[in-house]
Write a protein that binds this ligand. Sequence first.
Ligand code: FAD
Length: 278
Amino acid sequence: MNEDKTFSFELFPPKTEKGFEKLKATVRTLNERQPAFFSCTYGAGGSTRDNTFATVDWLRSEGIDTAPHLTCIGNSITETLAILKRYKAQGIHRIVALRGDRPSGTGVGGGDLAHASELVTLIHEHFGEHFHIEVAAYPEMHPQAPNFLIDLGNFRLKIEAGANSAITQYFYNADAYVHFVEQCRHREIEIPIVPGIMPITNYSSLVRFSNACGAEIPRWIRKRLEAYGDDVESIRAFGLEVVTGLCEQLLTAGAPGLHFYTMNQAEPTLAIWDRLDL
Ligand code: FAD
């Protein structure tokens, strides 16, 4: 049933040697599951540039299919094109094209390109069909969008500019995804929209992330997690049950794959993977 689906793992570039060694072990473990690709995030304005390059270089040296993320705010077109040329020379064929956020949490200020759709256009203009372009999608709406329909219209701009597929922000409500995909199909947006999956391992960091990116933690999940306090084992066990159930619902509803936000840890993603028997 899942043979034709795309499963992928997201990493972030470590800042320290120790973190990098941990990342290598994580990738080696996860790679045994033969994902379609590993993606690696990129800090807006180039804040993680060297560490992203180091991670991508290592992944490529291991012969692993890699999809670097690339953000456009705060960067000049010249810098952006230089990065894309570097990736092309490394045999990379997939890019996750994003706007990025300023440290203030907004997308305001600096650079030649203001929106991800402009980055997609730029990639197409200079590289034709060389790169498979992934873009971000927001089933629960991008937090800065004035409303859902405007956000959907802006999502459409990325597809019209030539995006090939999308990965969603994480969410814990399968209906939000199903509704979003339905709305896309009504507008003849036919590209694959792969749900982004965030394992639940730590309540306070989940709340922090979710507040920043506009992902809703449903009340019943929040209340259960709150009640566990510092009981990490119970949080993980409950998180595993919730997220595995979510993945099952999404795959049954026709999701074309799953993209796991691994947070550079193998175990939480593998636990879900194995329960799903992918
Ligand atoms: P856009 O598609 O440009 O949209 C951003 C906002 O602008 C939306 O509100 C949209 O409605 C609006 N908008 C878009 N086009 C227009 C227009 N023409 N006119 C007016 N409004 C418009 N961040 C990082 O810094 N590094 C990463 O590596 C990274 N990886 C990510 C991976 C995934 C799968 C996801 C879902 C997010 C990732 N992010 C990353 C976060 C992302 O950068 C932020 O969510 C950012 O706020 C929006 O990026 P975007 O590409 O969706 O922007």
